[in-house]
Design a binder for this molecule. Structure first.
Ligand code: 5AD
Length: 356
């Protein structure tokens, strides 16, 4: 899709036109990835982080946050919880924590892969190529690494590199692809300083990267971060600034579906934070086909505070799963079984398409 078309959709306010967009996105979703909604079990295994991202509550300098790192035993137990709930995938996510030693991660992945039928998705930040390769060899199937924004200047401002490190996540996404991972990325919507044109370019980038998974959600301000300080925020003309609201998030989900029809796209937790009652459902009706269910042990949940007011932090994992399953049935959609690979990935690898 051309840049000006994307910008026009992102700025669209007419209800009828938007209904059209939801309709086309929903139809495209059904045709390419089917009606089933795949649930992923999310395990937030460490909230330790060495980075200084200006938007994220896990940033190293946030001294107010009590830090935790789960034991291998607890991670494997959570993976078993995913099996017990009937999920086909466990997502292991953490801050960028060098204490998650590469060998430890590989060993944990190996255990999950040998003891369970699960697909394993890793979301552990920017790591060395040899580490990513080792995890792939250990059996990890997928990797999530959002590029956050394609505006380089904005990115550099909100995402300082590690000393001596590479500032850019795009080469890393290529590396992940080359290593044979199913690759996911995405952005935040409404970062202070992000313009409509920036966001339109982000969507174009999804297509250029030929992503298998796309996660997008609203930027939510965390008080213990530099972006909470108005003096830190980049200046933008208010007419160009993208709002970090629900409507814009649905637009980006719908447009992502149109540019990457075979990708797996979640209705994200950040979206549910803006609208706990129906946010994820509306996402699922406007292009999304995946939901992540939080399986992090209850005592750690509230500590994985990327942004404030995350939903379901006080729920028991079993209650979360049952609640999501009810919501999906009410939409008239089925629950996915099996791994739920993206057809984009299976086609690239020349494998027969899975059941959709
Ligand atoms: N608001 C919304 N999303 C955030 N993330 C990090 N901080 C915030 C925030 N304040 C998202 C980033 C990251 C993902 C794990 O969480 O996009 O990649």
């Amino acid at each position: 899709m051309k840049l000006d078309q994307l910008v026009a959709w992102l700025r669209e306010t007419q209800a009828e036109r938007l209904t059209q967009l939801w309709h086309i996105a929903d139809r495209t979703r059904r045709r390419h990835v089917g009606d089933d909604v795949h649930l992923r079990g999310l395990v937030e295994l460490s909230n330790r982080c060495v980075r200084q991202c200006a938007y994220c509550g896990l940033r190293a300098q946030n001294a107010r946050l009590q830090r935790y790192r789960m034991s291998a035993e607890a991670v494997v137990q959570s993976a078993w919880d995913a099996v017990a709930h009937g999920y086909g995938t466990v997502v292991l996510q953490a801050g960028e924590d060098p204490g998650l030693d590469a060998g430890w991660v590989a060993q944990t992945v190996r255990r999950i892969k040998s003891e369970t039928p699960l697909a394993v998705t890793l979301s552990l930040g920017e790591r060395e190529e040899h580490e990513l390769a080792g995890w792939r060899e250990a059996g990890a199937d997928r990797y999530l690494l959002r590029f956050e924004t394609s505006n380089r200047r904005l990115y550099q401002r909100i995402h300082p590199p590690r000393p001596g490190g590479d500032a850019d996540r795009f080469p890393l996404l290529q590396t992940l692809r080359r290593l044979g991972y199913e690759v996911g990325s995405g952005v935040m919507i409404g970062i202070p300083g992000q313009t409509y044109e920036d966001l339109a370019r982000d969507v174009q980038r999804f297509a250029e990267l030929d992503l298998d998974m796309i996660g997008v959600g609203p930027y939510l301000c965390h008080p213990e971060t530099p972006l909470a300080d108005p003096r830190f925020r980049p200046e933008t003309d208010s007419r160009d600034q993208v709002p970090g609201d629900e409507l814009t998030t649905y637009k980006v989900i719908a447009l992502s579906r149109l540019v990457c029809p075979r990708a797996n796209i979640p209705g994200t937790t950040a979206l549910a934070t803006l609208n706990p009652a129906t946010g994820r459902e509306l996402g699922l009706r406007r292009g999304a086909n995946v939901v992540m269910v939080n399986l992090t042990p209850p005592r750690y949940r509230a500590l994985y505070e990327i942004y404030p007011d995350k939903v379901c932090v006080h729920e028991h994992p079993a209650a979360c799963g049952a609640c999501m399953e009810d919501r999906i049935r009410l939409l008239g959609r089925g629950l996915g079984s099996g791994r739920g690979d993206s057809p984009n990935y299976t086609a690239r690898r020349g494998e027969p398409a899975g059941r959709i």
